[in-house]
Design a protein around this ligand. Structure first.
Ligand code: ATP
Ligand code: MG
Length: 253
């Protein structure tokens, strides 16, 4: 059965999608069978994994709102061993359309149960909010991976995220664990980055991943080619660190 990991932080632009796409591709590269689920209406994980959004008729919206079988929407990514449940802008209505529906928080969990045995890992790329889409991800997940950007105010907003995780643990998913906190976009030339690392480690202690993601130009440009970093530039620092992260997660069990 797959281990399901939600990549979540309601703060925008902290590296959720970059992490979801590249840890998925790195896992696939080391031979794991991986599914990447995009539940962000921006659909950045979908295009970043090499799927042309314009070609997608049915997406995760149809799974969440219309209850169609997940197998109908799964597509192969640009790298072997990796499949994608795509999201398109259609998903932007789901947050509101789900409100009056029964079992609205467990739609994704239910959908994934049909294919869980086909994969080793399932990563869910969350939108920058704590609404029903993220709640669906946290309810379906075994654990949550929290990217935190190495910048001033890095910890701001994390108490709301932790509070949401606690509420989900209490009411919807008792076993939800914190997989780890991932420091992203580190600029090692500045003192600020190093101060943020210290601050985040003081707060989250052993929950902080050893692997730290530096700012890397190749990581920033890979999505425009629809390629994970390991295909865009396997020799780049960005490719190395996401491979390290994948191995760290595998070793963590
Ligand atoms: N390590 C990195 N080095 C350089 N650029 C990066 C790195 N990580 C992410 N980026 C770039 O920063 C921007 C934000 O990253 P990303 O889309 O992964 O964040 P996000 O948390 O998913 O954003 P959103 O909240 O909008 O979904 C993107 O343009 C991405 O290409
Ligand atoms: Mg994103």
């Amino acid at each position: 059965m797959a281990k399901i990991i939600a990549v979540a932080n309601q703060k925008g632009g902290v590296g959720k999608t970059t992490t979801a796409v590249n840890i998925s591709a790195s896992m696939a590269h080391i031979g794991k069978k991986v599914l990447l689920v995009d539940i962000d209406p921006q659909g950045n994980a979908t295009s970043g994994a090499g799927i042309e959004k314009g070609d997608v008729d049915e997406c995760v919206y149809n799974l969440l709102v219309e209850d169609i079988n997940i197998k109908q929407i799964i597509r192969p990514a640009s790298i072997d061993n990796l499949d994608v449940v795509p999201a398109t802008i259609n998903l932007s209505g789901a947050e509101i359309e789900l409100v009056p529906t029964i079992s609205r928080e467990i739609r994704l969990k239910k959908g994934l149960s049909d294919i869980e045995d086909d994969y080793d890992y399932i990563f869910i790329d969350c939108p920058p909010s704590l609404g029903l889409l993220t709640i669906n991800a946290l309810t379906a997940a075994d654990s949550v991976l929290i990217p935190v950007q190495c910048e001033y105010y890095a910890l701001e907003g994390l108490s709301q995220l932790l509070n949401t995780i606690r509420l989900v643990q209490k009411h919807l998913n008792h076993d939800l664990a914190i997989e780890g906190v991932l420091l992203t976009m580190l600029d090692a030339r500045t003192n600020l980055g190093l101060q943020v690392i210290e601050e985040v480690k003081k707060y989250f202690r052993e929950k902080v991943f050893q692997t730290i993601i530096p700012r890397n130009v190749r990581l920033g440009e890979a999505p425009s080619h629809g390629l994970p970093i390991i295909l865009h530039d396997a020799k780049s620092r960005g490719a190395e660190v996401y491979l390290d992260l994948a191995k760290e997660v595998v070793a963590g069990g």
